[in-house]
Design a protein around this ligand. Structure first.
Ligand code: UD1
Length: 339
């Protein structure tokens, strides 16, 4: 069965391609290589021993999207990762985010609506909840006004899919709301490749430990949390990737209860920034140079997932720990810097 993965050379996309291939699917990848490299294809192939079909394609070009689906008319499902994802950049370049994240989605859905039946998995984010009033966060928690254009594209994206599914019962979709994906593949063949100064915590930690950055700034030490630092639900990217395969199988086997479903993907466990640092120090045996500084604008205090729906309805749960994720992230960092 052929599955199309857009953004399949990116961080979560590449790990998902591996899990799809492990589950026996034939994978086609589309990626515009704007925020990824072609070497990721070798990494995937080294793990699975099967080279996925790859085409460089920019989903903002409507005609190219059309002709892709015309040529590949036997795709059984699509997992759509391709998008820009840097929160800070989205504030400064909103139109880049709206053009890429929204137009691409619309063009794909337009093609899917021409087909008999289609299964579509969308990369969403816990950012849609903002600072939730109740923790852990259930899928029914209200969607709060977005803090950034990036977050807005995820909210709008979900709405676009919901509206499209409402008028097209041949389209089945699941939106997966990720909490904080971290880590790398245990083989160290693939992992996260941040461009420039990392905005996210874990790549900043590993780059500091390896000597590329002098010091990690911990944003805020006086929050109303047990140790004063923000709390997040850090999920190993391999666990996250496996959830995509399970969600896809749910659609392919028509086990879904409606043609638009939403699931949180997290561990259900909140960890503070200091917990993350402690875990890193434990698995790496290195002391991390860090300092508590002012709060970062736009950060929510605490966000972690209620996982009952993912566990019981989707039938998926995380297997790997924060330590596993930190260990793999550290091994990956050492490997890429040794080159
Ligand atoms: C953000 C987005 C999320 C997006 C993700 C990926 C929000 C609310 N969340 O997650 O939707 O999918 O980025 O880009 O917009 N931290 C430090 N020092 C650092 C970096 C981070 O202390 O140098 C802290 C942050 O304050 C936060 C935690 O580490 O408490 C995690 O930060 P980060 O990895 O950037 O992820 P989020 O902001 O949670």
């Amino acid at each position: 069965m052929k599955i199309l993965v857009t953004g399949g050379l990116g961080f979560i996309g590449s790990h998902t391609v591996v899990e799809l291939q492990n589950a026996g699917f034939e994978v086609l990848i589309i990626d515009n290589l704007e925020n990824s490299t072609i070497e990721v294809l070798d990494g995937i192939t080294n793990i699975t021993k099967v080279r996925p079909h790859f085409q460089k394609l920019d989903l903002r070009v409507k005609e190219d999207v059309k002709s892709y689906f015309k040529t590949h008319n036997d795709i059984a499902g699509i997992i759509h990762f391709a998008a820009n994802k840097a929160v800070g950049e989205s504030v400064n370049e909103p139109l880049k985010y709206y053009e890429n994240n929204i137009n691409s989605l619309v063009y794909i859905l337009q093609e899917l609506c021409k087909l008999n039946h289609q299964n579509f998995i969308f990369s969403s984010s816990c950012t849609v909840y903002g600072q939730a009033d109740t923790l852990p966060i259930t899928e029914n928690a209200p969607v709060k006004p977005a803090e950034s254009p990036y977050g807005n594209t995820k909210q709008i994206g979900e709405e676009i899919i919901r509206d499209t599914c409402r008028i097209n019962d041949k389209l089945s979709s699941i939106a997966l709301r990720y909490f904080n994906p971290i880590g790398a593949h245990p083989t160290t063949e693939i992992g996260e490749l941040p461009i420039g100064v990392p905005q996210n915590l874990v790549p900043f930690i590993t780059q500091t430990a390896i000597g590329m950055r002098e010091q990690l700034s911990v944003f805020g030490g006086n929050y109303a949390t047990p140790d004063g630092t923000c709390i997040r639900d850090y999920i190993h990217v391999v666990d996250l990737a496996k959830a995509h395969v399970i969600a896809l199988q749910r659609l392919l086997e028509q086990k879904n209860k409606s043609n638009f479903e939403v699931f949180n993907l997290g561990t259900g466990k909140g960890s503070s920034v200091l917990d993350a640092i402690t875990s890193f120090e434990k698995v790496s045996g290195k002391k991390l140079n860090y300092q508590i500084v002012d709060r970062r604008e736009g950060d929510v205090v605490s966000a972690y997932a209620e996982t009952t729906s993912a566990n019981t309805v989707l039938g998926w749960k995380t297997e790997l720990t924060l330590d596993d994720a930190m260990d793999s992230a550290w091994k990956w960092e050492q490997k890429i810097r040794a080159k």
